[in-house]
Design a protein around this ligand. Structure first.
Ligand code: NAP
Length: 301
């Protein structure tokens, strides 16, 4: 594939950051790929396993002369990382990120931007429940969506360069307003994670059912929630701390609907339950048809 950049630097070498360096290197999208992580043991692990990047022990070295710098750190750390790295960005550099929340990140980064540096916020809607550099793999973004939420006044050519990178990584790219992104992701990602964390927590705290019974009979449905509830605690803490409004709004609606379900069960309204379950089954089918899931039964996947 044609080189899109002379040098790309990735800051934060966990699941997303190390998948990016691997994929950019494997597809030849940048002549140089460098990486930095604040954690020395992560840098060492990344160097040992090889993630397609030159790992630097110093942030300023990793990003010096980079045309594109992508911050792949937890949402709550993006502002501090941006403040640390902006003094070292070259004129005309593009700064980007992969955070799961967009408005709070823009609020933190935009005031720090020096003249002539562009910030193109991004969010690959792709991931797994694992974290760290060993969890990354180059095909993570293939067939997944990447949402860009460009700031007003960003030249078209700049956004297009970031868009071209994600397209070359195999993603479908869509642009939207940051506030809209945060609402869409609240219902498609953040609330499902909260529900999973809650149900697994509730089961763990039950007095009348032992934890060995919960584990033994988990194939009844519980197991599928535990995959999501095993996601990185720091990453998800930051998502809820930084997308408060949209999450609380969606949670309000969810709670109302749950109360209605409770009423249907109490009143023995089987038809209402069956109607809802038929509607939700159709949504599952459309996700499979859209290529965002396969029809394969989930057991052991
Ligand atoms: P991860 O595997 O935990 O990796 C994050 C890495 O960033 C860790 O190695 C962490 O080091 C490092 N880091 C933290 N603060 C830093 C700093 N100040 N400077 C440099 N490195 C720093 O997390 P991830 O899953 O890749 O998530 C990264 C970002 O991608 C998050 O913003 C998340 O919202 C977003 N995202 C995640 C997914 C997903 O499914 N996981 C999907 C889409 C987007 P320590 O561990 O030592 O703190």
């Amino acid at each position: 594939m044609a080189e899109l950049f002379e040098k790309v630097a990735v800051v934060g070498l966990g699941l997303i950051g190390s998948s990016l360096t691997r994929a950019i290197k494997a597809k030849g999208l940048s002549r140089f790929v460098s990486g930095f992580d604040k954690d020395a043991s992560v840098r060492q692990q990344a160097t040992e396993i090889g993630i397609g990047a030159e790992i630097a022990d110093d942030l300023s070295i990793a990003i010096s002369d980079a045309d594109l710098v992508i911050m792949a750190v937890p949402v709550g750390a993006v502002g501090a990382v941006a403040a640390e790295l902006v003094p070292f960005l070259k004129a005309g550099a593009i700064l980007s990120d992969v955070g799961s929340v967009k408005k709070s990140i823009i609020d933190a980064v935009e005031p720090l931007l020096p003249e002539g540096v562009w910030f193109v916020p991004g969010h690959p809607v792709a991931g797994t429940e694992y974290s760290g550099p060993a969890a990354g793999f180059p095909s993570l973004f293939e067939g997944r969506w990447c949402i860009l939420t460009p700031l007003e006044g960003t030249p078209r050519s700049v956004t297009d360069k970031v868009s071209a990178l994600w397209a070359a990584l195999g993603s479908d790219v869509e642009e939207m307003d940051a506030g809209h992104h945060d609402i869409v992701l609240a219902i498609t990602s953040h609330i499902p994670h909260l529900i999973a964390y809650n149900i697994v927590g509730t089961a763990a705290d039950l007095e009348e059912v032992t934890s060995s019974e919960v584990i033994k009979y988990s194939a009844g449905g519980f197991r599928d929630f535990t995959r999501i509830a095993a996601s990185d605690p720091v990453m998800w803490r930051d998502v809820f701390m930084n997308n408060k409004e949209a999450v609380l709004e969606m949670l309000g609606r969810f709670t109302e609907d749950l109360t209605q379900l409770q009423r249907h069960i109490r009143r023995g309204d089987g038809q209402a339950l069956e109607d809802l379950f038929s509607r939700t089954r159709k949504i599952r089918r459309s996700i499979v048809e859209a290529g965002q899931e396969t029809e394969k039964p989930d057991f052991g996947r």
